[in-house]
Ligand binder design. Structure first.
Ligand code: PMV
Length: 339
């Protein structure tokens, strides 16, 4: 049996703007998704967290992969991914089945196997639960069937899987889950993916959960896309400028400006319509005590990332607001095979 694992992630800055070609700074978090794979008589999946299982034939999965690809192509043409999202939502174990079917198609796997999925990453909360699995599945299967894939090849398959789930994602989420650490990510041909060394700042960040988002990442990205381009694009550009500045501030350890940039990014994201009341409340409160606080990822709820030099004060303050400050290890190892 092979077990692969992948970390979750948090966006320090640049989410949404990254979809339009601006850079993002993304950091891996020490909550992991695990996939165990072994050969079996038929393809069997057990998703432990949601206590659901399924059994599929090889031909069914092949057809599903083809159907999904055709649907993705049509949706791309019409610029409306709703039919794809609804197919995945309504299909039993739809997202997981899509990940497996796509990986099998990409790796030309025709032999059955059994997969067990267990994840510490809360689902749909902006911590990269889907991206982590989209990396862990090809890693586990490539190890099981001795395909000897490089990290780059795993990441390319993960991006294709993420595209089925989110339409036209930037590729930042799967890249951080694959490579780990902290990344400077910029979409392009090819993508710019550079490791950042941030050890000194990591321990004063806390994550705060604000509730399960009502909308998916794909839906939130579409909402931003449907804004008036003039209104949207100036905010996207500004987010990009803040992200470049953030990289310099991290190098210079200019924490005052790091916090300001987090707050400025949050305010722009709110103007793009992806914040919610709870996030605004925490942001305003943390800002009032001299900290930085912003949503992380697609928004609409989910996890926030907060920073203050006085960690005890930050944690106490967040607790008083009625939320739980979570101190999670940041900048952890990317995809790996568990011994
Ligand atoms: O929903 P999350 O936390 O995985 O974050 C998505 C990040 C976006 O920039 C909104 C989308 C993307 O594809 O990069």
């Amino acid at each position: 049996m092979i077990t692969s694992s992948t970390p979750g992630k948090t966006h320090l800055i640049g989410e949404h703007a990254v979809v339009y070609g601006e850079p993002a700074i993304i950091i891996s978090v020490g909550k992991r998704a695990y996939i165990s794979a072994e050969k079996s008589e038929s393809v069997k999946i057990y998703a432990q967290d949601i206590n659901q299982s399924g059994e599929f034939s090889i031909s069914e999965l092949k057809e599903f992969a083809e159907k999904l690809q055709q649907l993705w192509d049509n949706c791309f043409e019409t610029k409306d991914f709703a039919p794809l999202y609804s197919l995945l939502k309504n299909e039993h174990l739809g997202h997981i089945k899509a990940m497996i079917a796509k990986t099998m198609a990409e790796l030309d796997i025709n032999t059955p196997f059994r997969l067990k999925i267990y994840s510490e990453i809360p689902i749909g909360s902006g911590l990269g639960s889907s991206a982590a699995l989209s990396v862990a599945v090809p890693k586990a299967l490539s190890e099981l069937f001795r395909k000897n894939l490089t990290l780059e090849e795993i990441n390319q398959i993960a991006y294709k899987i993420e595209s089925l789930a989110h339409g036209t994602p930037s590729g930042g989420d799967n890249s951080i889950c694959c490579y780990g650490g902290a990344l400077w990510f910029k979409k392009g041909t090819p993508n710019v993916i550079e490791p950042l060394h941030l050890d000194f700042t990591m321990k004063n960040f806390v994550l705060v959960f604000t509730g399960i988002p009502k909308l998916t990442t794909g839906e939130l990205v579409s909402n931003v896309r449907s804004l008036d381009p003039e209104y949207r694009d100036m905010r996207i550009k500004q987010l990009g400028a803040y992200t470049y500045e953030m990289r310099d501030c991290l190098t210079e350890q200019n924490f005052t400006r790091i916090k300001e940039l987090m707050n400025l990014a949050q305010e722009l994201l709110a103007e793009l319509g992806v914040s919610i009341e709870a996030i605004d409340e925490i942001h305003n409160a943390v800002k009032s005590i001299g900290g930085g606080a912003k949503l992380s990822g697609a928004g609409g709820g989910g996890y926030m990332v907060c920073y203050h030099e006085d960690l005890q004060l930050l944690k106490k303050f967040i607790k008083e607001l009625g939320y739980v400050p979570e101190q999670v290890e940041l900048g952890v190892e990317g995809v790996r095979v568990e011994k």
